[in-house]
Design a protein around this ligand. Structure first.
Ligand SMILES: Nc1nc2c(ncn2[C@@H]2O[C@H](COP(=O)(O)OP(=O)(O)O)[C@@H](O)[C@H]2O)c(=O)[nH]1
Ligand SMILES: [Mg+2]
Length: 451
C-alpha cells in the first residue's frame, strides 16, 4: 500500500483527545501563520495575534459568516520555534461536546485548515529538529505502553536517554574516524608514532550496545523463547540430561562413547520460557573420524546460534585438555555442570548434578532461568522496544566488532576507516538525522491522529 505523503507548509488540525463526550477536549493546530488564520474564527482576533508564546487567550470560536458563537474556549499559544512541532501551534481547549467539536472542525475545514494525518505533528517535530527519531518513537510507545515498566522505559527514551547515548557513540566514532583520516592523509610523514588507533572505546560501545539489544529480546523472551545447546565430552551424560529436560526418550543414551554423532533437537518449557533444546556430539579434537569431524563443525555452528550453552562433564581433565572447551570457559552464555554426582566426588566449583537421582536439577533450571533473564531482560534504565532500532543496533554492533577485529589485526587503515564510517551512518539513521521522507512517513503513519 502506498503511504499518503504528509503535506508541508500547510496549517493542520486534529482532535488530540478522544472523540467521546467529556468535560474538555483539545484540538491541536500547527503551521506557520495558523495564528493569523485562526484569529478570523475567534472573538478576540487582536488579542490572539498579539499573544506571546506560551500564553493562554480566552474567547469564543465564532462562525465568521453567521457570527454564531460556537464554543467558549481557551487557546494555548505556542510560537515558532518553541512549540511541539517547531511551527506556530495553537491548542484549543474546548468543551468535550461532540456536536460542538464537529462544528469547530467543520469550520476549520471550510477555512483551509487541513485535517492532520496520523503522526503528522510528530513528523513535523522531527523535520524541524525538535526531537530525534528515538524520542518521536517514544511518544507513541508511551501512548501504547501496556505495563508500568514499558511506560517508564518509554518515558526515559522520550527524555532523550537513548538519544544521548547514541549521540555519545556518534561523537566517539567520529573522533576515531578523524584520527584515522589524519593518519591516512599523512601516511608518508611518519606521524603514525604519535597517533595510536586503539579498539578499547569501540569495545566498550560494543558491550553497551549488546546490552541494549538484549533489552529488546527480553521483551520477546516469553513469546519467542531461547535456544539451549548441550555440549561436553562424550559420555558425560548430555543425552541423559537432554532426555530429562524433554521428559521423553528422544535422544539415544548409551554408555559407548561418541554415540551421538550428530545433533538432536527438541522443544520444551523451562519456567514458562519456551526452550529449543539441542543435544550435540562430544568433541574430540584429535579425531580423524570423518563423521565426528562433521559433528564438530556442526556443533560450532549450533553454539553460535545458542542463547545458553550447558557444558556437561564428569572428569574436568577432559575440559582442560580440550582446546575447544577451554576456549568457551569465559563465554557468558555458559553454564558448567558436573554430572554423575551419585557416583563420583564432585568438585565444588561447578553446579553438581546427578541426572539419575535428579539431585541438583532444580538448581540447574533456576540457573537457566536467571541467566536468560539476566542476559535478556536487562534491569538497566534504558531499553528498546522498536524493531527498527533493534535491527539497526544489531547491524551497528556487527560493524563495531568488525572494526575492532580489523584494528586488532592491523588491517589497512582505509578499510578500517570505511567500515567505521558505515557504523557512524547507522547511528545517524537510528537518530533520524537523514530525514528520509519515506522512512519517516512510514513510521509516523502508525501513530495516532493528533500526535
Ligand atoms: N551414575 C550416573 N551415570 C549417568 C548419569 N547421567 C548419565 N549417566 C550415564 O553415562 C553414560 C553416558 O550418558 P550419555 O547421556 O549418553 O552421555 P553423552 O555422551 O554425554 O550424551 C550412560 O551410561 C548414562 O546412563 C548420572 O547422573 N549418574
Ligand atoms: Mg550423547
Amino acid at each position: 500500500m502506498k503511504i499518503n505523503q504528509y503535506s508541508q507548509g500547510t496549517c493542520i488540525y486534529a482532535l488530540a483527545t478522544g472523540y467521546t463526550p467529556s468535560a474538555l477536549a483539545i484540538i491541536r493546530i500547527s503551521g506557520d501563520n495558523c495564528i493569523e488564520k485562526f484569529s478570523n474564527l475567534f472573538s478576540r482576533p487582536k488579542a490572539l495575534k498579539k499573544a506571546k508564546g506560551n500564553t493562554i487567550v480566552y474567547g469564543y470560536v465564532i462562525n465568521p459568516k453567521t457570527k454564531e458563537n460556537i464554543d467558549q474556549i481557551l487557546v494555548s499559544v505556542f510560537r515558532n520555534p518553541k512549540s511541539f512541532t517547531g511551527e506556530d501551534v495553537l491548542e484549543l481547549n474546548c468543551h468535550g461536546s461532540l456536536e460542538g467539536l464537529k462544528k469547530i472542525m467543520l469550520l476549520l475545514e471550510e477555512s483551509d485548515f487541513i485535517k492532520a494525518k496520523p503522526g503528522e505533528f510528530t513528523f513535523r517535530a522531527v523535520l524541524n529538529n525538535k526531537m530525534d527519531l528515538t524520542q518521536a518513537q517514544a511518544i507513541q510507545e508511551i501512548v501504547d505502553s501496556k505495563s508500568n515498566k514499558a511506560h517508564s522505559y518509554a518515558m526515559k527514551r522520550l527524555q532523550g536517554d537513548l538519544k544521548d547515548k547514541l549521540e555519545n557513540y556518534e561523537k566517539q566514532i567520529l573522533e576515531l574516524y578523524a584520527k584515522l583520516s589524519l593518519l591516512l592523509d599523512y601516511a608518508e610523514d611518519d606521524i603514525e608514532d604519535d597517533i595510536e588507533i586503539k579498539s578499547d572505546t569501540l569495545q566498550k560501545i560494543s558491550k553497551e550496545v549488546s546490552v541494549l539489544i538484549s533489552t529488546y529480546t527480553g521483551n520477546k523472551l516469553y513469546a519467542n523463547g531461547a535456544t539451549i545447546t548441550l555440549i561436553g565430552p562424550t559420555n558425560a551424560g548430555k543425552s541423559s540430561l537432554f532426555n530429562l529436560m524433554l521428559l521423553k526418550e528422544r535422544s539415544i543414551v548409551s554408555h559407548i562413547a561418541g554415540t551421538t554423532r550428530d545433533y538432536v533437537e527438541g522443544n520444551t518449557y523451562i519456567k514458562g520460557i519456551p526452550i529449543h533444546l539441542v543435544d550435540t556430539a562430544g568433541l574430540n579434537e584429535k579425531t580423524d573420524d570423518i563423521v565426528e569431524i562433521e559433528g564438530i563443525k556442526r556443533t560450532k555452528l549450533l553454539i553460535n546460534n545458542s542463547d545458553i550453552l550447558i557444558l556437561v562433564y564428569e572428569d574436568y581433565d577432559k575440559i582442560k585438555n580440550n582446546n575447544f572447551y577451554s576456549s568457551l570457559l569465559n563465554d557468558d552464555r555458559l553454564i558448567i555442570v558436573q554430572n554423575k554426582s551419585d557416583k563420583i566426588k564432585t568438585n565444588k566449583k561447578h553446579l553438581s548434578l546427578s541426572v539419575h537421582t535428579r539431585n541438583g536439577y532444580d538448581k540447574l533450571l533456576n540457573k537457566i532461568e536467571s541467566k536468560l533473564i539476566v542476559n535478556k531482560i536487562d534491569n538497566s534504565s534504558l531499553a528498546i522496544e522498536d524493531e527498527r532500532q533493534y535491527n539497526n543496533l544489531i547491524k551497528f554492533k556487527d560493524i563495531l566488532d568488525l572494526v575492532i577485529n580489523s584494528i586488532n589485526n592491523n588491517s589497512p587503515l582505509d578499510l578500517i576507516a570505511s567500515d567505521l564510517y558505515e557504523g557512524y551512518e547507522l547511528i545517524q539513521e537510528i537518530l533520524g538525522k537523514y530525514k528520509d521522507m519515506d522512512v519517516l512517513t512510514e513510521m509516523f503513519s502508525k501513530f495516532c491522529v493528533g500526535k
